[in-house]
Design a protein around this ligand. Structure first.
Ligand code: UDP
Length: 402
C-alpha cells in the first residue's frame, strides 16, 4: 500500500504542481504540495488501516446455510416488546399509524383502505405465500416511507416499517419494492420492483461490463430527495472527469431550483450504472431502494451515511463490502475518497466483488421470504391475546401476479 501511495504522490507532484513558468511560483507550489501530500498521506493511511482491520475482523458467519444473516435485526427490533409482550391496546394505538392486517386460520385479511395500494400488494405477495403456515396474529404495517414509533415520543409501538434509524422502535420488514410498489419514474412507470428480474438483468449487465471495461469515474443519478446529495453533484460540476452526478426530476419537480439550479438530467437505467467503477448510494426520505441494485453491477459502492437502514444493511460491513462515506462529507473528502480508490484499483475491485457476492448470495427472493417468515413467527409469540377475525376486514386473495 505504502509503495503505491508514494508512486501516486510523485506522479501527482510532477503533473500538477510544477507546470507553471515561474520558478518561484513553482517553488511555492512545491511547498504547498508537501503539505498537501502530508494530509493525503494521513488520510490514505487511515483508509488502508480501516480496510485491513475490516478484513482481519471478518468472520464469514453470513453464508446463507442457516439463513442467519439477519437474525440480529429481528432480535433487536422485537426486544422492546419482550418483557411485557404486545397486548390489544398497543395494537389499537398502532392501528392509527399504519395498515391493519390479520392472519387467521392461514388466511390474510386487511382493512379496506390502503394508502398506497401497490405497496400493500408488494407486501401481500410475500405474506400470502406464508400465511398457511403462520399462527394467528394481528399486525400493523406502515407503508409510508417514514418510520412511526420514535424513541423520543412515547413508548414502543408494534408497527412494521421498511426503513428506520436507531431513533425508532419500528420493526423492520423487507420493503414492498422487492416485488412491486417502488417509486415510479419514467424508466419504471409501474414502479421499481421485481427484485428477481433486476437481479437477472443486472447480473447480465455486470458480465457485459467487466471491471476493466468500466469507466474510471464515480456516478450518481437520482432526484434531490435529500440535500445530502448536493456535495457530490457540485463536485461533479467542478470535476466532471472524476464524477458524473446529476439530479433528475421527480414528481415534486417544479423548476431548476429543485435540481440544484441546473436543468434536470435524463434518467439512467440501473443496468447502465454498471458502466462506471464507482457508484454512490445516498439516503432519500428514508433508505433508498437503489442500494441493493448498485452492488450487482460489480462496481464499487460508496454508501453515504449509516443511519437509515433496511433489514439487510447491517449484515454488510464498511470497508469490506463498500466504502463508507460520512453523511456530511464535503467536496474535499469526497474527492479524496474517489482519488484513493482510483489509485488503488486492485483493492477497489476486491471490495466491489465482495459487496456483489454478498448481495447475490444472501439477498435472494428466498432470503426475503425466509426473513418474513422468521420475523412473523417470532413476532406472533409476543402477542398476549388470541387474535380473532375482525369482520370489517377484507380477505386478500392471491392474484395471478402474486
Ligand atoms: N433511478 C434510476 N435512474 C435514474 C434515477 C433514479 O434507476 O436516473 C432509480 C433509483 O435507483 C431509485 C429510484 O429510481 O431506486 C428513485 O430514485 P430517486 O433518487 O428519485 O429517489 P430515492 O428513492 O433514491 O430517494
Amino acid at each position: 500500500y505504502i509503495i503505491l501511495l508514494t508512486t501516486f504522490w510523485i506522479a501527482n507532484c510532477e503533473e500538477e504542481y510544477c507546470s507553471v513558468d515561474s520558478t518561484a511560483a513553482c517553488g511555492e507550489k512545491k511547498e504547498c504540495n508537501i503539505q498537501y501530500k502530508k494530509v493525503l498521506n494521513e488520510q490514505y493511511t487511515k483508509y488502508y488501516n480501516a480496510i485491513e482491520e475490516a478484513e482481519n475482523n471478518y468472520y464469514n458467519t453470513c453464508n446463507n446455510n442457516n439463513n442467519d444473516c439477519y437474525n440480529n435485526i429481528i432480535l433487536r427490533d422485537l426486544k422492546p416488546f419482550k418483557e411485557e409482550g404486545i397486548n390489544k391496546d398497543l395494537i389499537s394505538i398502532a392501528k392509527n399509524r399504519g395498515t391493519f392486517y390479520q392472519i387467521i386460520d392461514g388466511k390474510l385479511y386487511r382493512q379496506k383502505e390502503c394508502m398506497f395500494p401497490s405497496r400493500c400488494a408488494g407486501i401481500e405477495h410475500f405474506i400470502l405465500k406464508l400465511a398457511p403456515r403462520l399462527p394467528d396474529m394481528d399486525l400493523v404495517i406502515n407503508v409510508r416511507d417514514y418510520p412511526q414509533s420514535s424513541k423520543h415520543f412515547g413508548s414502543p409501538l408494534p408497527i412494521f416499517s421498511f426503513s428506520k434509524t436507531r431513533q425508532y422502535y419500528d420493526i423492520t420488514y423487507p420493503a414492498w419494492s422487492f416485488w412491486e410498489g417502488g417509486p415510479a419514474i419514467s424508466l419504471y412507470p409501474r414502479g421499481l420492483g421485481r427484485w428477481d428480474e433486476h437481479r437477472r438483468s443486472l447480473d447480465k449487465a455486470s458480465n457485459n461490463t467487466v471491471w476493466e471495461r468500466k469507466e474510471n469515474k464515480a456516478f450518481f443519478r437520482g432526484s434531490r430527495t435529500s440535500a445530502e446529495r448536493d456535495n457530490l453533484v457540485l463536485l461533479s460540476r467542478k470535476r466532471p472527469e472524476l464524477v458524473d452526478a446529476r439530479y433528475t426530476k421527480n414528481q415534486a419537480w417544479k423548476s431548476d431550483e429543485d435540481t440544484l439550479y441546473a436543468p434536470p438530467a435524463s434518467e439512467v437505467p440501473l443496468e447502465a450504472h454498471c458502466n462506471y467503477k464507482y457508484l454512490f448510494n445516498y439516503r432519500g426520505v428514508a433508505a433508498s431502494f437503489r442500494h441493493k441494485h448498485l452492488f450487482l453491477c460489480r462496481s464499487l459502492v460508496f454508501h453515504v451515511g449509516d443511519e437509515w437502514t433496511e433489514f439487510y444493511y447491517d449484515a454488510m460491513l464498511p470497508w469490506l463490502h463498500y466504502i463508507p462515506v460520512p453523511k456530511d462529507a464535503d467536496q474535499t473528502v469526497l474527492e479524496s475518497l474517489i482519488q484513493f480508490v482510483i489509485h488503488n484499483d486492485k483493492l477497489s475491485k476486491t471490495i466491489a466483488d465482495r459487496g456483489r457476492d454478498f448481495i447475490w448470495n444472501n439477498l435472494r427472493m428466498a432470503d426475503i421470504e425466509q426473513f418474513w417468515e422468521k420475523l412473523l413467527k417470532k413476532y406472533s409469540e409476543l402477542l398476549t391475546y388470541k387474535a380473532t377475525l375482525d369482520k370489517h376486514l377484507i380477505k386478500i386473495n392471491r392474484t395471478e401476479k402474486s
